[in-house]
Design a protein around this ligand. Structure first.
Ligand SMILES: NC(=O)c1ccc[n+]([C@@H]2O[C@H](COP(=O)([O-])OP(=O)(O)OC[C@H]3O[C@@H](n4cnc5c(N)ncnc54)[C@H](O)[C@@H]3O)[C@@H](O)[C@H]2O)c1
Length: 556
């Protein structure tokens, strides 16, 4: 790993022609030297390098990591690049400050957690809304016990971004092209900091349908997803993210409720000010104006951290209420060892994973689904996913389900590629195209790649694979893999039909050990597998308890 003893530390910024450039002010102010910039926009790169004062510039990220001898990178590229670029840096021993959210799929988040566990470099999520002045104040008040037992909070990000979706097409795919909470860390992050030691254990999410269309007439996949979260300490959080509704900005709506206090941020409208009640301020239940309190020297002195009470000029100039300055300062302190990283990999996952699970919940009609704990992933347990087996007693009776009228079950062909990718992304396997296709194709049995086509629209609406995939746990094993379905065709048992077809293909090929892997939160899929005849495999400690929790969740 690069030693952090040199001063100033050498920083590379990727995505330097856009959001990445916002980090200059913070870097300059805390003494981090922007040594290199990277952006695939070759036309804008020279200007970005000049504006950021970077002596070196690159259009290729790996080349920057190889050549620029950096201590750290700041990643300000589109969402699906955050994990691959973070992993590449961590593997080079280069510290990472990554834009939000941490990742766009559960699989890639797992990979990021695994890489962090192996790397000596620091990973920090740049969740700058946690650094806004009022949010920090509330955090300090909670820490001092002034809210009593905290049990409810709300976060809303209401930011009409339709034009931005056209200017930055990745948003049209990764933010508004997927149902559920795709950009939730600004809302959830501060709330989690107000509930120290707690994490979201399950979520459900519903939306108001698809009310808006893009300029090409295609419906956005979401309108105003609302996610309810339950935490390990039995608190309830409500998150609303709305990037499409016609309305003025209100990106920083927050509320908090405890036994001895409550807080509501200003919602942005005329004369709508942040307000607070604390038993310590008045026994009487009445609002106090937070801005007035903040300007009361005794209150600010008692409760605001000194650095925020008298912020340096750079902090006053920084975007997001000074947040962009304070987060770079915390990053510097983390990579120099001066202070622990406040939003390290597990805090980043706590802020990111609920949104990813909410996307599954919307597809499952708003069901409550478990949110994995990345700390368990990091323990390096032999195999974290649930495994199920096709019982030997059923090898003589391969499953078969009839295909409903209007659909056809057939084999995948190369011509299906684009539609197949869209189906996988829509089903929540959002990093599938990039990381899995080539690897997986090698394992598919002949005539083992099933798709279901909707005859009227020619759309691919379900898929599953029969693969030969032996490993230590499953020697001579064949695996039912990559089952996905289009939620618009729910209720037709299409997921069960492709799973049955792939299972039958493995049996017909002569395999006697047929298994599948899945996750605790994929309840609709687990229900299908159980109904088909697959049984849980209790292959390590903790599996029985996890299956008990799954069965309880299915019974709710
Ligand atoms: N925290 C915040 O307040 C905040 C605000 C805005 C954006 N963001 C986040 O910042 C990120 C970027 O958003 P944006 O609005 O600047 O997007 P953008 O599309 O305007 O800019 C992305 C930049 O990355 C470059 N890029 C794309 N692929 C690249 C690659 N492979 N290697 C190097 N450079 C590449 C593009 O050329 C572009 O300059 C997103 O993740 C977004 O969610 C966060």
């Amino acid at each position: 790993m690069t030693t952090p003893s040199r001063d100033p530390l050498k920083i590379g910024i990727v995505g330097a022609c856009a959001r990445g450039a916002n980090f200059k002010l913070g870097c300059d102010a805390v003494g981090l030297r922007i040594a290199a910039v990277c952006d695939t926009n070759a036309d804008g790169l020279a200007q970005a390098a000049a504006a950021l004062g970077a002596p070196e510039k690159f259009t290729d990220y790996e080349t920057m990591l190889d050549k620029a001898r950096l201590d750290a990178v700041i990643i300000g590229t589109p969402m699906p690049l955050h994990v691959p670029q973070s992993i590449a840096a961590l593997e080079h021993g280069v510290h990472v400050l990554s834009e939000v959210p941490a990742g766009v799929s559960m699989d890639e988040c797992r990979q990021l957690v695994a890489t962090c566990a192996q790397s000596t470099a620091v990973y920090m999520l740049a969740e700058n809304y946690t650094y806004m002045k009022n949010n920090i104040l509330i955090r300090e008040l909670v820490r001092q016990g002034l809210f009593g037992d905290v049990y409810y909070a709300e976060g809303e990000y209401l930011h009409e971004l339709k034009e931005m979706n056209e200017a930055t097409p990745w948003r049209r795919q990764w933010q508004t092209g997927i149902a559920g909470v795709t950009y939730g860390t600004h809302s959830l992050g501060p709330l989690l900091q107000w509930m120290p030691g707690d994490r979201v254990t399950r979520v459900c999410c519903v939306d108001a349908g698809q009310r808006y269309k893009d300029p090409r007439g295609e419906a956005y996949a979401q309108t105003t997803p609302v996610m309810l979260c339950q935490t390990a300490q039995n608190a309830v959080l409500k998150i609303r993210v709305d990037m499409l509704s016609n309305r003025p900005h209100a990106m920083t709506n927050y509320a908090l409720q405890g036994t001895d206090g409550c807080y509501e941020s200003g919602r942005g409208g005329p004369a709508d000010q942040p307000k607070i009640w604390l038993r310590a301020l008045s026994e009487e239940l009445r609002w106090h104006d937070l801005d007035t309190l903040m300007h009361t020297a005794s209150f600010a002195e008692k409760y605001l951290p000194a650095l925020m009470r008298n912020p340096p000029p750079a902090a006053l100039k920084a975007d997001h209420g000074g947040g962009d300055y304070f987060e770079v300062l915390d990053f510097k302190n983390a990579i120099t060892g001066a202070a622990p990283c406040p939003i390290g990999i597990h805090e980043a996952m706590d802020m990111t994973l609920p949104g990813l699970v909410s996307q599954q919940s919307v597809l499952a009609g708003g069901r409550w689904l478990e949110v994995p704990d990345s700390r368990a992933w990091a323990k390096g347990e032999p195999e974290q996913q649930l495994h199920m087996l096709w019982p030997e007693s059923k090898l003589g009776t391969p499953p078969h389900l009839p295909v409903p009228d209007g659909y056809v079950l057939r084999q995948y062909t190369d011509a299906d590629h684009e539609q197949y990718m869209a189906l996988m992304i829509h089903a929540g396997f959002t990093d599938w195209p990039r990381t899995r296709v080539k690897d997986t194709l090698r394992f598919i049995l002949p005539d083992g790649f099933f798709v279901i086509e909707h005859c009227a629209t020619k759309a691919l609406v379900a898929t599953a694979m029969a693969t030969h995939n032996a490993n230590d746990l499953h020697p001579y094993g064949a695996e039912l893999g990559w089952v996905a379905g289009d939620a618009a065709h729910k209720g037709k048992k299409l997921g069960a039909i492709v799973s049955a077809a792939a299972t039958a293909r493995m049996i017909q090929t002569g395999f006697r050990h047929i298994y599948l892997k899945t996750d605790d939160f994929r309840l609709p899929a687990i229900k299908i597998y159980l109904e088909l005849g697959y049984v849980p495999l209790l292959f390590c400690d903790g599996m029985a308890a996890r299956w008990q929790a799954v069965r309880q969740a299915l019974a709710r």
